[in-house]
Write a protein that binds this ligand. Structure first.
Ligand SMILES: [Zn+2]
Length: 263
C-alpha cells in the first residue's frame, strides 16, 4: 500500500493539517455564526469522537478502496470506458465519486438506521472546523459497502481514489468552518463548490433547511436536484437538531454509544 503512504501520508495529511491550521485561525478572527458553547470543550469532545473514525479511515477504509480500485482496471464496462484519454476517464470518475457521495449523504438523512449514526454529527450545537471531524465511526463502516461499490464501478485508479479522499476531507474542513468569507467571494466560490454559509443551512434545527445542501465538494449536485437553499440569514440560524436541545452536555463516550442506545 505504498500509494497510500506516498500520497496520503506524505502529501495529503500535511496539506489537510495546514488547511486545518489556517481555517482555525480564520474562524477565530472572522467568525461567521455566534457560538453557543465553549469552544475548547467542543474541541475536546469532537476530537475524542474523531479518533476511532480516523483510525478506521486510514487503516481499513482507504486500503480497501485502493484495493478495489486496483482490481477494477480490467473491467471493460467500467464508467468512462468509452473515453479516449486516461485523464478524462479519471476526471469523470472523480465527479462520479462526488455525485455518489451527494446521494449517500441524502440516504444518511432518509434511512433511520443510517440517521442514528449521522445524528451524532448533526446534534453539535455549534458548527465549526471541529464538527468536520465529529463523525461516528459506525457511519464510516456503513459507507464502506456503498462507497466501495461505486469506487469499483467508477474506474478510478488507486491514485484518483486517494486524490478524491484528500479533496473530500479538505472540502469537509472548509464548508464546516465558521469562517466569515466576504459575501461576494463566497457567492463566486459557491457557483462551483460547497461553502460555509451553504453548509451551515444544512445544519439548521429547521427540518426544511436540514433537508437541503447535501453536496460535499461540488455544489452543482444540489442545483441539479433542486435541493439547493441559500436564502437563510446566518444570524437567524439555530444549529443542531430540535429533538436534542441538551446535546451540549453529552460526553464523547455518550455520543459514541448513542446510536446503539436509541429506541
Ligand atoms: Zn447531514
Amino acid at each position: 500500500m505504498g500509494v497510500i503512504r506516498r500520497n496520503f501520508d506524505y502529501i495529503g495529511s500535511p496539506v489537510l493539517a495546514g488547511l486545518f491550521a489556517v481555517l482555525f485561525v480564520l474562524e477565530s478572527k472572522f467568525q461567521l455564526r455566534r457560538r453557543v458553547q465553549n469552544r475548547w470543550k467542543r474541541v475536546k469532545v469532537n476530537a475524542q469522537v474523531a479518533v476511532p473514525s480516523f483510525a478506521l479511515l486510514r487503516f481499513i477504509f482507504l486500503p480497501l478502496m485502493v484495493k478495489l480500485a486496483s482490481r477494477n482496471q480490467h473491467i471493460c464496462t467500467r464508467l468512462g470506458y468509452f473515453l479516449p484519454s486516461h485523464l478524462l476517464r479519471q476526471i469523470l470518475a472523480f465527479f462520479f465519486l462526488d455525485y455518489t457521495n451527494y446521494l449517500w449523504h441524502i440516504l444518511n438523512h432518509k434511512i433511520p438506521l443510517l440517521w442514528r449514526f449521522h445524528l451524532v454529527h448533526h446534534i453539535d450545537k455549534d458548527l465549526d472546523l471541529t464538527t468536520a471531524f465529529r463523525f461516528h465511526f459506525g457511519e464510516l463502516i456503513g459507507s464502506i459497502f456503498y462507497r466501495g461499490a461505486f469506487t469499483y464501478l467508477s474506474g478510478a485508479t488507486p491514485l484518483t481514489v486517494i486524490i478524491y479522499e484528500i479533496a473530500f476531507e479538505a472540502a469537509t474542513e472548509f464548508h464546516h468552518s465558521n469562517t466569515r468569507l466576504p459575501l461576494q467571494l463566497e457567492q463566486t466560490l459557491n457557483k462551483v463548490m460547497v461553502t460555509p454559509r451553504m453548509h451551515g443551512i444544512h445544519h439548521s434545527v429547521n427540518k426544511c433547511e436540514t433537508n437541503s445542501n447535501f453536496s460535499v465538494i461540488f455544489s452543482f449536485w444540489d442545483r441539479l436536484h433542486g435541493t439547493l437553499n441559500l436564502n437563510v440569514n446566518q444570524d437567524d440560524l439555530i444549529i443542531g437538531v430540535a429533538e436534542y436541545p441538551g446535546a451540549d452536555k453529552f460526553k464523547a463516550s455518550e455520543l459514541l454509544m448513542m446510536p446503539l442506545m436509541k429506541g
